[in-house]
Design a protein around this ligand. Structure first.
Ligand SMILES: *Cc1c(COP(=O)(O)O)cnc(C)c1O
Length: 381
């Protein structure tokens, strides 16, 4: 095995394109210098199409959770009633952040592996007229579910005055999102998933009606005060020192996305999802999520006749392929394959091929090549 080879197929952090890696190695600049301003000035408008918004997309230095917390502390106040839509561990994280700030949390749980049903949300919010915010997860990374946020936002908008706040950390940049048209009030993502960068940057945008609430919000906050970021970005700067190396990398990421074309980026992710799913179906290995709810960025597999953890160990020890295990209640029950960002159908074919070997190693009777053939046919279809 080559000592420096590593196949990162977890749902984040994801692999970094070589050109992005190189861009991040540029010499440091002063964050208040003209060069930094010019950089932010030209990055700014290029984030809008990815979020589907005309509002400024603000850049925060921190992991994705910093931006989730930022969304909470700026949009709702201690004592407010909110609804958190929980379809897995990241929905659960939103409840914990809200609870940490003394917010009155209602939660609507769905079975892990299933998507939130907008009809259930409608019933819930009609029975709870005082909700100030509804928190949703676009791609629930722990289960590989892509929640119907367009429909969820519509239900919230049509039946309450609550803000609809969406965690898009593991899919924005890989799937369509039209923040303005769908009526999403706050949308958040991070750098280490579909954005093909290391962890350290987060992106957040707010709607006009969200800004009105943010202005009036009295929750104590300093580093995470969205208003500071908004006031600074107008002058092409950030309130605090940004992760400049990641901004150098971001410039190259945006160039890659623009060169491929966002529609093609989305199509590539859908194709990788379909190829991955067809391979496991060909081997009659159960998938956690139904086709309708599957995310283009991560696939969760639920083996019934072999151990997920032992299987992951073989893949890692023999080929340095990293795939993720299950979280919380799904620990040991599933494994998850990331196919987002710097990942192509060619990578998917390689991963499936190595997975077939690992299946033999773990003692499962499989016909070699059957999954690859299914994925190849999906590719060619
Ligand atoms: C990765 C992820 C986050 C953020 O995690 P950090 O470790 O804080 O970057 C948040 N939400 C979802 C859905 C994620 O996949």
């Amino acid at each position: 095995m080559l000592a420096d080879q590593q196949f990162l197929r977890i749902p984040g952090p994801s692999p970094i394109p070589p050109s992005v890696q190189l861009a991040m190695g540029k010499p440091m600049i002063g964050h208040r210098d003209q060069e930094a301003k010019s950089l932010i000035k030209q990055l700014k408008p290029r984030l809008n199409p990815i979020f589907g918004t005309k509002e400024d997309v603000l850049i925060l230095t921190g992991s994705g959770t910093a931006a989730l917390e930022m969304a909470v502390v700026n949009s709702v106040e201690p004592g407010d009633e909110v609804l958190v839509l929980v379809s897995g561990s990241f929905g659960d994280r939103f409840t914990k952040i809200c609870q940490a700030y003394g917010i009155h949390v209602h939660r609507l749980d769905t079975k892990w592996g299933e998507a939130i049903n907008p009809k259930d949300v409608k019933t819930y919010i009609q029975a709870h007229p005082n909700l100030k915010g509804v928190f949703a997860t676009y791609c629930e990374t722990s289960t590989g579910v892509l929640n119907p946020v367009k429909e969820l936002a519509a239900v919230v908008r049509n039946h309450s005055d609550a803000l609809i706040i969406v965690d898009g950390v593991s899919c924005v940049g890989a799937v369509p999102v039209e923040m303005d048209n769908w009526g999403i009030d706050i949308l958040v993502t991070g750098s280490q998933k579909a954005f093909m960068l290391p962890a350290g940057l987060a992106f957040i945008a707010a709607s006009e009606r969200a800004w009105n609430r943010i202005e009036e919000n009295n929750t104590p906050r300093f580093y995470l005060d969205l208003k500071r970021y908004r006031d600074n970005i107008k002058n092409d700067t950030t309130p605090f020192t940004p992760a400049l190396s990641l901004l150098f990398g971001l410039e190259q990421v945006l160039r890659l996305l623009e060169t491929e074309g966002l529609e093609n980026v989305f199509a590539r992710h859908r194709l990788m999802m379909q190829m991955t799913r067809s391979a496991f179906k060909a081997h009659h290995i159960e998938l956690l999520t139904p086709d309708e709810a599957a995310s283009p960025t991560v696939t969760a597999v639920k083996p019934t006749d072999f151990k997920a953890e032992a299987f992951r160990k073989i893949l890692n020890e023999e080929f340095k392929v990293s795939i993720a295990g299950g979280q919380h209640q799904l620990k040991g029950e599933i494994f998850r394959i990331g196919h987002m960002g710097y990942c192509s159908p060619a990578d998917v074919l390689q991963t499936i091929s190595l997975i077939e070997i690992a299946l033999i190693r773990i003692g499962k009777t499989v016909e070699l090549g059957k999954g690859i053939e299914a994925a190849q046919k999906t590719y060619l279809a």
